[in-house]
Write a protein of this length. Structure first.
Length: 411
């Protein structure tokens, strides 16, 4: 089979040095030693400067929470953090809030649609999102648009979405910007425009993986709701998610003292909880802006180039072909085929696996954390695939360990 097309990235790959600039070299020293962390897409990772800022905020609260709350210092900090997060996605002033995570943001959109008609999701929507939609809207009010994988191209995605919109005529749509499993960068602005042309009333975009991987301009995308985790690829601690609501016509699913004052106010207080990660979000976003590699690359470019180089090297070593059109669908994480000979029956994508699964054996035997899973090929067979993440802390040794572990497991 033909390997991934490394040639088109040849110059970038040759010049790429997988190392941070010296001032950032120790910012992830708190990670467990002797573990190749190649699944950044699941939980992200915060660097030491952000964790220190978050802890200082937390301790200040614990010293005198009454002063923090009743002086409105907490409210002011959260409003400022939401404004900074909104600016990071191009949201107009007064249209962005911070919520706990993408799960909460999804629920906010779904609750708005409840009892009002059918909603369309993509077949690659996050599993938790699918379950939430069926639970809140009723399974009879949830329809799916297939996203072709493997062999994904943006043209095929748009063709499949258009056919589903024409067939199902949904009132609402919940789309993915960077899908989780399989990991695919999708043509989101074109998809939203297609929904509008087909008469969809409201569109929400799950951009959980977007900020820190790709440029986000919510006005250009044109959705009614857009949300993205700051704690995935933008260095915040868990948890902080920016939610843009174009007209503010929604409410938090945990209303409290600010209920009825609009979504932005509603999100700033949902009861007593730890708000430190949200308040420290501007520190994380500043780290994202300032981080540089030894070659002077920013985090997004460094990860994109590193992913392509790593994926091409693994494909050559494993003698496999492409999972999709990488030029269209790769960002800081992407899909790589696994070699034949691995039993993927116990490796459902994105869920905890049995001790005998490939994923568990990679972790337990080789110290490799990698998201492997089985996906159906066009002929119905179960193919093995790897959702490969490239983060700023990854080294060449991480990818060599993965390469050799898979070859050893295959036997």
């Amino acid at each position: 089979m033909v390997p991934l097309r490394a040639a088109q990235y040849g110059r970038q790959i040759r010049r790429f040095t997988r190392a941070p600039a010296a001032q950032f070299a120790d910012d992830f020293a708190h990670h467990a030693p002797n573990v190749a962390r190649l699944n950044h897409g699941s939980f992200g990772a915060a660097p030491t400067p952000v964790l220190e800022a978050e802890q200082a905020i937390r301790m200040n609260w614990l010293r005198q929470p009454d002063a923090e709350y009743f002086s409105r210092a907490l409210d002011e900090d959260l409003a400022a953090a939401a404004a900074a997060a909104g600016a990071a996605i191009g949201a107009p002033a007064g249209t962005a809030a911070l919520v706990e995570n993408a799960t909460v943001a999804t629920a906010i959109a779904l609750h708005r649609w409840r009892g009002r008609g059918a909603a369309l999701l993509l077949s690659c929507a996050y599993g938790g999102v699918k379950r939430a939609a069926r639970a809140l809207l009723g399974p009879e009010h949830v329809v799916e648009a297939p996203v072709p994988f493997p062999g994904t191209t943006h043209a095929r995605v748009l063709e499949a979405l258009d056919a589903a919109l024409d067939r199902e005529r949904p009132r609402f749509a919940l789309l993915d910007h960077v899908a989780s499993q399989p990991a695919l960068l999708l043509p989101i602005a074109d998809m939203v425009a297609l929904c509008r042309a087909r008469g969809v009333e409201e569109v929400a975009v799950d951009g959980a993986h977007a900020v820190g991987q790709v440029d986000v301009d919510v006005e250009a995308i044109g959705a009614d709701f857009y949300y993205s985790n700051i704690h995935k690829w933008a260095f915040a601690g868990p948890t902080a998610t920016v939610l843009h609501a174009r007209d503010g016509g929604a409410a938090h699913v945990v209303p409290s003292w600010n209920a009825g004052e609009g979504l932005l106010a509603d999100c700033r207080w949902t009861g007593t909880r730890d708000y430190a990660a949200m308040r420290a979000a501007p520190v994380a976003l500043d780290y994202l802006r300032t981080w540089r590699s030894a070659d002077g690359l920013d985090a997004r470019t460094f990860n994109a180039r590193g992913l392509r180089r790593a994926a091409a090297g693994l494909a050559r070593a494993w003698r496999v072909g492409p999972a999709c059109d990488e030029a269209d669908c790769f960002a800081s994480m992407g899909m790589v085929r696994l070699p034949a000979g691995l039993d993927m029956a116990l490796d459902a994508p994105g869920v905890p696996a049995a001790p005998e699964s490939v994923r568990s054996r990679l972790r337990d035997r080789y110290g490799v954390e990698a998201a492997v899973g089985g996906f159906r090929e066009d002929d119905g067979s179960l193919g093995g695939f790897l959702r490969l993440s490239h983060a700023v802390y990854n080294t060449d040794d991480d990818f060599r360990r993965l390469r050799d572990a898979i070859l050893d497991l295959r036997g």
